[in-house]
Design a protein around this ligand. Sequence first.
Ligand code: C2E
Ligand code: MG
Ligand code: MG
Ligand code: MG
Length: 287
Amino acid sequence: SAKSEGRAQIAFATEEFLKDAAMQKRLQRDLAYAIEDEQLHVAFQPIIDLSTGSIAYFESLLRWTHPQFGPIRPDNFIALAEASGDIIPIGRFVLREALANLRHWPESIGVTVNVSALQLGDDMLVSQVGQLLETHEIDPARLTLEITESVLVRNVHSEKIVNEFQAMGVAVALDDFGTGYASMGYLRDHTFEKIKIDKSFVSAMTKPGNSRAIVRAICNLGRDLGALIVAEGIESEADLATTRAAGCTHGQGYLFAKPMPSADVVTFIRTWQRETHAERRAAHAAP
Ligand code: C2E
Ligand code: MG
Ligand code: MG
Ligand code: MG
């Protein structure tokens, strides 16, 4: 039947298949229609304050459900959207979705949005973000833009743009820290409100090797620079214990929750808050 054929094709959409040159060309073409055809949506993943156990932010993560190949991970199409320029309207879509959703969350919770190199080079970005914040009457401090080192490498004006956002009250996070280029140069030239340690370090911390010392050093550095330190990819209680012991202030990962559809967020927040409060009460009641 058509249905089982569809399923067979979705099962066929392996990473290898998606990375094939002809396939990449096809995906790039299809992506141009993805917004208007409502194939894109934004999932949200909580970032937890490790000192209180409460939700501090949700990261906005783009999702594409291809009509023929099913769900496709952003790592397989963000670069294509950058090359075609479609990342500009797509990035705008993510910002709109993130801020529209944020309005339904408690004021203590913020949202983060990933920004790519081409987007950061878009002259309109700063004013668009300003306009969105105004329209939705959102405190700029509740928005964080996540920027990777590769984005900074590819944009000579990054320092100015980062400064403009910070002057507006928007926070900026350095994403995937440790995996990129001349990390120290970027920490010297920019002030970041947050540094996100890449999950490759976090998952290696519970194994023999240098990761634990490196993460501890990044945490000390972050503290001296006045930046929050977010550990990405916390998957186990052991990951949580080691990142917390190393001095990470925040954590994100499957142990807490996987990225979820926007419709689930409010219920998730309510359940999470009820549970953390119960845990705290239990901890205080303990003799
Ligand atoms: P990122 O910004 O570093 O986002 C974190 C990635 O780690 C996400 O992958 C998330 O689903 C995944 N993750 C979170 N917790 C865990 C965990 O415990 N274990 C493992 N194995 N993975 C975890 P995702 O959603 O596939 O996104 C991949 C990358 O695509 C992002 O990395 C970001 O660089 C990019 N991206 C996603 N959405 C957007 C967007 O709206 N705009 C731009 N420019 N890039 C985006
Ligand atoms: Mg990110
Ligand atoms: Mg990251
Ligand atoms: Mg990443």
